[in-house]
Design a protein around this ligand. Structure first.
Ligand code: TRH
Length: 401
């Protein structure tokens, strides 16, 4: 075992795809934040590096993309990043410099494909496999709708709905083949952990008695109460906060003008550090270095599950509280085998973090050993559903035969 393990997942650097490689176009419209492009980019990298596909990503917001992938140039209409072609999808009608239709066309999150591209799909000698990749939901109905075909009203084309999910019969969630090994190497190497702390936080790792918490969340009314609880408890908490939407609350709490990357503050038992928003492949190490992770949206929510550590999910809020059944559906999977008291503490905390009630840190901490055991067990259960990229590649191959 090497003394230092890599703290980043090696990014996809596919060797030049052979001419017979499956060509795949992924269309991604960024609604807000980083989850849309986060999921698409992770999928693109996996299809290229693990399945040898020749992938092109159409994305309408290069700024959001560059945050996850700093080598993206903002001013290029077309560029190749890690072997993947990136097209700036600058208008809804734009379909690339030359209109080439791929073997597999992935429309992410029901974004609308350019009409000229759809008509070219219909003219193609062999119709492409057309996938609508949906948002992740843990609800039961997802398995019934996964892989349902939807014929186009005018063209001889069929679109298939591909539903990520946490249960059997769904498309699963993304998981790279090397992920578990990378995590295990990080966790087994005190030198890797120390190097990560020095590089990322600018400090040596804290003593084992401290609870390390990573905090990635939207603005959240419960955060002040939680910061107070951390401040007032005897047991020390070390808080790692990638700069973003929650940073303003930290600044207010500590009476600072801002709480961006490089900020440090201390109050009672709480010590907090502002971190830079890292490249996507480096985010996992933050989850591995922490004892408990606050995550949000879709992709960080999935990464926290693979990290095998207890986590708290700030779900993306939707109109009419449509997100709340999704939160409970995820809890039903994740907390399924927990003892009733630990399950109640976790559910109460997740609900409070999503707007209902006060977060009770002491209760969550009390059940940490049970939550830790369940987190590891759950990662194993989730792996049974299969990796989304692998499931998608398998399905498309049956269609391309
Ligand atoms: O950013 P998100 O809230 O994204 C979304 C969008 O809001 C989208 O519209 C919504 O529908 C969807 O959630 C459900 O959260 P998410 O999905 O976790 O995406 C964040 C991405 O940022 C993820 O790929 C991890 C990455 N990331 C980094 O690369 N570096 C970092 O430092 C951090 C904190 C995250």
């Amino acid at each position: 075992m090497p003394s230092t393990a890599p703290a980043t997942i090696p990014s996809a650097a596919p060797s030049a795809a052979p001419p017979t490689a499956i060509a795949c176009d992924i269309f991604c419209a960024v609604i807000d934040n980083f989850g849309d492009i986060g999921v698409c980019w992770r999928l693109a990298r996996q299809l290229a590096s693990e399945h040898g596909w020749q992938v092109r990503v159409f994305v309408d917001d290069l700024h959001a993309f560059q945050k996850l992938c700093p080598s993206v140039a903002l001013d290029r209409a077309r560029q190749t990043v890690g072997g993947i072609v990136v097209e700036h999808w600058h208008t809804p009608a734009h379909a690339g410099d030359t209109l080439e239709v791929a073997d597999v066309v992935i429309e992410a999150f029901a974004c609308e494909l350019p009409p000229v591209y759809v008509s070219a799909m219909a003219r193609r000698e062999r119709a492409p496999v057309w996938i609508n990749l949906e948002y992740l939901s843990a609800e039961d109905w997802v398995a019934d709708f996964h892989l349902r075909p939807s014929p186009h009203p005018r063209y001889p084309l069929v679109k298939t709905f591909f539903f990520p999910g946490l249960g059997l019969g769904t498309g699963g969630v993304l998981k790279e083949r090397h992920l578990d090994a990378a995590r295990a190497a990080f966790e087994a190497s005190p030198a890797a952990r120390e190097a990560w702390w020095l590089k990322t936080v600018g400090r040596a790792p804290p003593p084992a008695a401290a609870t390390v918490v990573s905090l990635f969340a939207y603005e959240n009314l419960a955060v002040d109460s939680l910061l107070e609880q951390w401040r007032d408890r005897a047991e020390p908490v070390v808080l790692l906060v990638p700069e973003g939407r929650i940073s303003g609350a930290l600044a207010r709490f500590f009476g600072m003008p801002s709480f961006s990357a490089g900020a440090h503050a201390e109050c009672g038992g709480l010590r907090a550090h502002g971190l830079p928003f890292t490249e996507q492949s480096s985010y996992d190490a933050l989850l591995w270095a922490s004892d408990l992770n606050f995550v949000r949206g879709e992709d960080s929510f999935v990464r926290a599950q693979w990290a095998g550590k207890p986590f708290v999910w700030h779900i993306y809020p939707q109109a009419d509280d449509a997100h709340l059944p999704k939160l409970d559906a995820a809890l039903a999977h994740y907390a399924r085998t927990l003892p009733a008291d630990a399950r109640a503490a976790l559910a109460g905390f997740w609900h409070a973090w999503n707007g209902a009630g006060e977060p009770d840190w002491a209760a969550l901490r009390r059940h940490h050993p049970a939550l830790q055991r369940r987190a590891a067990e759950w990662a194993g259960e989730l792996a049974q559903v299969g990796d989304l990229a692998g499931n998608l590649a398998l399905f498309t191959k049956t269609q391309l035969k």
